[in-house]
Design a protein around this ligand. Structure first.
Ligand code: FAD
Ligand code: MG
Ligand code: MG
Ligand code: MG
Ligand code: MG
Length: 530
């Protein structure tokens, strides 16, 4: 591969390959960005278009403020209020950038060519596909909902990832209520119609359940008095607790609130299959399998890799990974690291040599740092099946291949950064800063010099600044984790949430629209037309 392929895939930023032929005489380098989400747009905001010829490719010509997607499902906020046209964002920066509304379907890293497809409704027949060349490629295509291969999910569940998903859910909820009111249904059918099942107790699933509860209790109950008592909301979670990535106080508060509200939380349950009218759930403790009927089900259990990336990863030999990984971590540097560590040149590493290598390596690979901290270093040793006791007796036989394997395992088990907008936006800005500085550097990334901090490593590593996270829980209640181990829960936190999300809007236009929607709801309630 040639060409610096830098990647922000829903939270994971990874330099894949170093670009080798910088030719400053040749004019601007072609820089292509895939994706107009958090990562892509944040990159575009910062990139210096005087230095690069920039193109963006995305099947959507708008950016979505994803944190407010759950609010779209119940009509608190209108879909259009949280979408900002890409061309508008570009023109407001005054940058000269081309936008192609299409989907990248293949990345040919050898020839540095992308195959793109106009996936919209309006196309010129026979001219759906076209090619785009690049010198640098920024992959910021995000992730997609993951079904984990569960049967029936694609056919019968809603996802909550895209703007259209949120609109479909909104329509479907109201549809369930209207259908439940039809005169010829049995009570059981009515009950099923008004059973809402959410699979996944993470932030998105929980926030959606909370929004749904608000919609039902604050607006629909009075509009559908005859069926309001039949409504059930069920959250199915595979772990012990919902919101398990949050502070336990927030998680506990959420569980207690749901209990008061009558939202059923089924923890330690796995969904085996989704049928047209029910989900088949297995309770982990008892092994019992139960059918939970639904009128509408939302699947929100996690994210997976997009096909175009899976394909790309195969072509570069990264097969069993969830996200695209860096070459520098696994391939190029290993032999060098090993050689350096093997002080007595015996061809194997002794335990002290191994440890010293790890100490060195963690300076260069922040992901290792995170891992070593969490696992207390010992696990790395365990993983290559060396117990320190043994090592004292006989020299450890760790050859290059074993060393490689152990590092690969560390890498595989790592989840570098959380898959959040915050991370993606910071990565986008970081990458743009690197690119802006790149032409000014004397860039020589070949050979072992790289490892001594030359070439690309003169750029500071990406450092994530966590600004905290919110967990809106409905009924004007919200949990928040703020920097410095602060946890705050309650109504005032909800006000903090309102102000933070209003201020984070990407334009004055969307800010005004969102504020207007919130105000409108206050006076007139939510719109229940479908
Ligand atoms: P995305 O923002 O998903 O952008 C991907 C872009 O790539 C899109 O424009 C897409 O159209 C485009 N694309 C897809 N395929 C292709 C292709 N083949 N070729 C070209 N372009 C392509 N994070 C927070 O920090 N706080 C929150 O409160 C929060 N709430 C959330 C609520 C919901 C309901 C969801 C779904 C997510 C939420 N997130 C939140 C997570 C956040 O949205 C993601 O982490 C973030 O969007 C990731 O950014 P990204 O740029 O990697 O991908
Ligand atoms: Mg993006
Ligand atoms: Mg987005
Ligand atoms: Mg088109
Ligand atoms: Mg109907």
């Amino acid at each position: 591969l040639g060409g610096l392929v830098l990647v922000a895939v829903d939270g994971d930023l990874i330099p894949v390959q170093a670009f080798t032929s910088t030719d400053p005489g040749e004019g601007k380098k072609k820089l292509v960005v895939l994706g107009t989400g958090w990562g892509g747009m944040s990159f575009l905001k910062q990139i210096d278009t005087r230095q690069y010829d920039v193109k963006i490719i995305s099947p959507r010509n708008y950016f979505v403020f994803t944190p407010l997607l759950p609010s779209v499902t119940n009509g608190t906020v209108e879909a259009r209020s949280i979408a900002e046209p890409v061309r508008r964002m570009l023109s407001s920066t005054g940058k000269q950038v081309d936008f192609y509304e299409s989907e990248c379907v293949n990345i040919d890293a050898v020839n540095k060519k992308l195959l793109c497809r106009d996936a919209s409704n309006v196309r010129v027949k026979g001219k759906e596909d076209f090619e785009v060349d690049y010198d640098y490629l920024i992959v910021a295509v995000g992730a997609m909902s993951n079904t984990f291969g569960t049967e029936g999910v694609k056919e019968y569940c809603h996802f909550l990832k895209e703007l259209e998903d949120a609109e479909k859910i909104r329509e479907s909820v109201v549809d369930c209520f209207e259908t439940a009111c039809l005169p010829h249904l049995s009570d059981e059918e009515r009950k099923r119609m008004l059973s809402f099942v959410i699979v996944g107790g993470g932030p998105t699933g929980v926030e959606f359940a909370a929004e749904l509860y608000d919609l039902v209790s604050e607006d629909l109950a009075s509009l559908y008095p005859s069926v309001k008592d039949l409504v059930t909301v069920t959250v199915i979670q595979s772990g012990d607790h919902i919101l398990n990535t949050f502070d336990h106080r927030i998680s506990k508060f959420a569980e207690e609130k749901f209990q008061r509200d009558g939202v059923t939380v089924k923890t330690n349950c796995r969904v085996l299959k989704v049928n047209e009218k029910d989900v088949l759930v297995k309770e982990k403790a008892t092994g019992q399998e139960v059918h939970v009927p639904f009128g509408m089900a939302v699947w929100s259990t996690g994210i997976g890799t997009r096909p175009v990336l899976t394909k790309f990863m195969k072509t570069i030999g990264q097969t069993d990974r969830r996200v695209l990984a860096t070459d520098e971590w696994l391939r190029d540097d290993i032999a060098y690291l090993f050689e350096k560590a093997d002080i007595d040149k015996s061809g194997t590493l002794e335990i002290e040599e191994f440890q010293r290598t790890m100490e060195k390596a963690r300076e260069r690979y922040p992901q290792l740092e995170v891992y070593l901290q969490r696992q207390k270093f010992r696990h790395v040793v365990d993983m290559v099946k060396i117990s320190p006791g043994d090592a004292k007796e006989k020299a450890m036989h760790l050859n290059v291949d074993e060393f490689k394997k152990s590092l690969a395992q560390v890498d595989k088990q790592l989840k570098l950064f959380p898959a959040t907008a915050q991370v993606a936006a910071q990565q986008g800005a970081y990458l743009a800063a690197c690119f802006n500085a790149l032409p000014k550097k004397d860039y020589k990334p070949e050979g072992p010099e790289r490892i001594r901090g030359e070439g690309r490593h003169r750029f500071r590593q990406f450092q994530y600044r966590h600004m905290g996270q919110f967990a809106p829980l409905g009924s004007e209640q919200c949990g928040a984790e703020l920097p410095g181990d602060w946890v705050s829960i309650g109504r005032s936190t909800q006000w903090l949430w309102y102000s933070v999300y209003a201020s984070k809007q990407v334009s004055w236009r969307t800010r005004a629209l969102v504020l207007f929607d919130w105000t409108k709801r206050l006076f007139f309630g939510r719109d229940s037309s479908r």
